[in-house]
Design a protein around this ligand. Structure first.
Ligand code: ASP
Length: 582
């Protein structure tokens, strides 16, 4: 090795020893003829001192930021006033005896230290510099540790790591496919997998019993702030398991993963049905760091004189209320903003009533009786100084969604009851109706099994069928989705038929899986956990781009490689593709 130690590991225990360090010039200063260079590598920074008497003093004086150096010198204690207690290497410095410039650097577009404050396009264009920032290295290190913890844990629990093809055919997860044209088979395309779903289920039919993979999933979805065209899942599948078995394995996995970040988790995680999650929190990914719950107040208004509520109840609609702690102090402007927020989420309006000095105040208060208002106050446990929000809609789901959006806003003001609030959301509906196409679609993926007791009603009342799908939610983020699958071809075909796939089409698109199911596939189920999101949460990052080495922008562009991009005419010709003007 060209070095004896990492820069960040040279501490007072090495005083008096000779060390050779290699790294980048983080900064340099000339203090009255003595040169100080902060030398950086992935482990941290070490201060190098170059005395003016040294033959290499002129060479050292000419170094600039990000030059690459090799320095040999003696570790000595810094003078009292120069000790930096906040740095691991803050007590020492290395007095250079030998000094070599291994490479120079052009002046760079930004300081590595400040890279995270630079516009993201620029950071991504110069990602090789951005990744020199210590926080970015820490993020990649954490990701590596999480991946290794997952591998160790899953190996110890009998899971086999099996790679599945990247060039394959469409595997539906609700997004568009990325297509790859075949040169050899003119006019034909591979699809990049949206997930290894069909392969992992096929592996169960093969008797592999327990599979995992750190799998790249490719989904051509509409652009959204924190979405990536490709993301990584800790993808798992198991045979002869119940939902509880899957949950237990994943809880153990999360425990191990959190341990790598120095955090202890309590298991088992609580479970909440989709129905209850929507009813209490207005979301299928509720943030349970906060206890605030929505209340069903239909009953309270059953004889109301307020026409809006009366009509809604006659139409079998929903009225839901939320407590706004200390909200009596909210300004009109703030309340207008909250009303705007619910309207953006589907509401026609929002009723609010302040509880002030034992009285109810607000433009709508006069529409209600004292008895009604007292009953709502008690339902949401509002105190003096609070505000009560009441939302209503003829559609229960709409009401839940906009009140859920309001809850999300209100909790920002509330204390957290825990740092890491995990919850399993279970019993999702199996299907959702697509009115424009007059057909049913899978709420998750088409391979999820209906609850055994709901199966007889599959064709009679598809909307009512609950499934064995579950999500793992952490602090309001969906971390994972999984399910127990259809292991019988006949049931799978009935579901595909509701989705309006004819038998022929089903065989064409999902033939591999359907064939495997009818050849003695065991009962099985699995889950895919979002590695990017888990890492981002543990790293304290808002965006998953901060924990992916080479991410794309929110516009699905990679400024570093300038992809996507045009290709040479000859390549197009070989593929038989011609580009039409938009
Ligand atoms: N394939 C699913 C997904 O990507 C995960 C699973 O059900 O295992 O969401």
């Amino acid at each position: 090795m060209k070095r004896t130690n990492y820069c960040g590991d040279v501490t007072a225990s090495l005083l008096g020893t000779k060390q050779t360090l290699c790294g980048w010039v983080n900064s340099y200063r000339n203090h009255g003829g003595v040169l100080f260079i902060d030398l950086r590598d992935r482990s941290g920074i070490c201060q190098v001192v170059v005395e003016p008497s040294k033959p290499f003093f002129n060479v050292a004086s000419a170094v600039r930021n990000e030059y690459v150096l090799q320095v040999t010198g003696t570790v000595q204690r810094r003078i009292e006033g120069a000790v930096n207690k906040n740095m691991k290497t803050g007590e020492i410095e290395v007095v250079a005896d030998e000094f070599k410039v291994l490479n120079t650097s052009i002046p760079l577009p930004f300081d590595v230290d400040n890279s995270r404050a630079v516009a993201e396009e620029i950071r991504l264009k110069y990602r090789y510099l951005d990744l020199r920032n210590p926080k970015m290295f820490a993020n990649l290190l954490l990701r590596h540790r999480i991946a290794q913890a997952a591998r160790r844990y899953l190996d110890a629990n009998g899971f086999l790591e099996v790679e599945t093809p990247i060039l394959t055919r469409s595997t539906p997860e609700g997004a568009r496919d990325y297509l790859v044209p075949s040169r050899v088979h003119h006019g034909e395309f591979y699809a990049l997998p949206q997930s290894p779903q069909m392969f992992k289920q096929t592996l169960m039919a093969s008797g592999i019993d327990r599979y995992f993979q750190l799998a790249r999933c490719f989904r051509d979805e509409d652009l959204r702030a924190d979405r990536q065209p490709e993301h990584t899942q800790i993808d798992m599948e198991m045979s002869f398991v119940t939902i509880d078995d899957i949950h237990e394995i994943v809880e153990g996995l999360m425990k191990e993963i959190f341990k790598t970040a120095g955090k202890e988790l309590k298991t088992p995680f609580p479970k909440l049905s989709f129905h209850d999650a929507m009813e209490k929190y207005g979301s299928d990914k509720p943030d349970l760091r906060y206890t605030l719950e929505m209340k069903n107040v239909n009953e309270i208004f059953k004889n109301t004189g307020f026409k809006v509520f009366k009509d809604i109840l006659t139409a079998n609609g929903a009225i839901r209320a939320l407590r706004g702690e200390k909200g009596a102090a909210y300004s009109r402007g703030h309340l207008d903003k909250l009303t705007e927020l619910v309207k953006k989420n589907g509401a026609k309006g929002l009723v609010w009533i302040k509880v002030k000095d034992g009285k109810f105040e607000g433009p709508s208060a006069k529409f209600f009786t004292e008895e009604e208002l007292k009953a709502v106050q008690s339902a949401v446990c509002a105190q003096d100084g609070d505000i009560i929000f009441i939302g209503s809609d003829v559609k229960l789901h709409t009401c839940q969604i906009f009140m859920g959006a309001l809850r999300k806003e209100l909790v920002k003001e509330l204390p957290q009851v825990s740092d890491w609030a995990f919850v399993w959301i279970t019993n999702f509906p199996l299907l959702e109706y697509i009115p424009e196409e007059d057909r049913w679609d899978a709420a998750h993926n088409p391979f999820t099994a209906p609850l055994e007791e709901d199966l007889p009603n599959l064709e009679k009342d598809p909307a009512s069928i609950r499934s064995y799908q579950f999500d793992l939610v952490l602090n309001g983020n969906e971390l994972a989705s999984g399910s127990v699958r259809n292991c019988r071809r006949e049931v799978q075909e009935r579901i595909l038929a509701l989705m309006k796939h004819s038998k022929e089409e089903a065989a064409r698109r999902f033939g591999m899986l359907l064939n495997a199911l009818e050849a003695g596939a065991p009962p099985h189920g699995g889950i895919g956990l979002g590695l990017d999101r888990i890492t981002a949460l543990l790293a304290g990052e808002e965006s998953i781009r901060e924990v992916i080495a080479f991410p794309k922008t929110a516009q699905a562009v990679c400024p570093l490689t300038e992809s996507p991009n045009t290709v040479d005419d000859i390549q197009l010709k070989e593929l038989g593709i011609s580009i039409t003007k938009e």
